[in-house]
Design a protein around this ligand. Structure first.
Ligand code: FES
Ligand code: FES
Length: 198
């Protein structure tokens, strides 16, 4: 990740590296200088570069430092399956997996995810090859309008790897961060129970 602005210390560190490198030949020095110039140009624009693996594919983005992970996924990578509901961490519509754990993408800055593995609903399964949780939501009508559904499914699949008890109340508690305005909760519960049983 490129720094938002090069600190004096960071600049001196780079110069120090460059100084040591001078004994290693001109091309290395030229490369280092180019990298410094590129990072500074980005910083001057208020941008940073971040590289993350999204659905198994490495992606390098140049984003405004304030860009959320949610907006990076939707606006920069056109992965619009992840939804923006409240944009305040209250509804769970934006849930994705970061290194296998569920996260509200609207509460996380993209530049915090250098080197992270991100999975969105598009990476979970596709038509014709659905993840068992996606299939269970279809089988049990675990949605009405569908706006909350990708977040529900991402949360539910992450929950399978978390230490929750076997009861319905445990599932409800585990899923309490995902709000469904259509009130499809009963069918969502049935879908999750099917996958947990299987
Ligand atoms: Fe992220 Fe609502 S959009 S929690
Ligand atoms: Fe409409 Fe959940 S299915 S908000």
């Amino acid at each position: 990740m490129a720094p938002a602005s090069l600190s004096r210390r960071g600049f001196l560190q780079i110069i120090g590296v460059t100084g040591v490198a001078s004994g290693m030949g001109l091309p290395f020095v030229a490369q280092a200088a180019t990298a410094v110039a590129a990072a500074q140009a980005l910083a001057d624009e208020g941008l940073s570069q971040v590289t993350m693996k999204v659905n198994g594919k490495s992606q390098t983005l140049r984003v405004d430092n304030r860009t959320t992970l949610l907006d990076a996924l939707r606006d920069h990578l056109q992965l619009t399956g992840t939804k923006k509901g409240c944009d305040h961490g209250q509804c769970g519509a934006c849930t994705v997996h970061v290194n296998g754990r569920r996260v509200n993408a609207c509460l996380s800055l993209a530049i915090m995810h250098e080197g992270d593995e991100i999975t969105t609903i598009e990476g979970l399964g596709q038509p014709g090859k659905l993840h068992p949780m996606q299939q269970a939501f279809v089988d049990h009508d675990g949605y009405q309008c569908g706006y909350c559904t990708s977040g529900q499914i991402m949360s539910a699949t992450a929950m399978l790897h978390e230490a929750w008890g076997p009861d319905d109340a445990d599932i409800r508690e585990a899923m309490s961060g995902n709000i469904c305005r259509c009130g499809a909760y009963a069918n969502i519960l049935t879908a999750i129970k099917q996958v947990r049983k299987d």
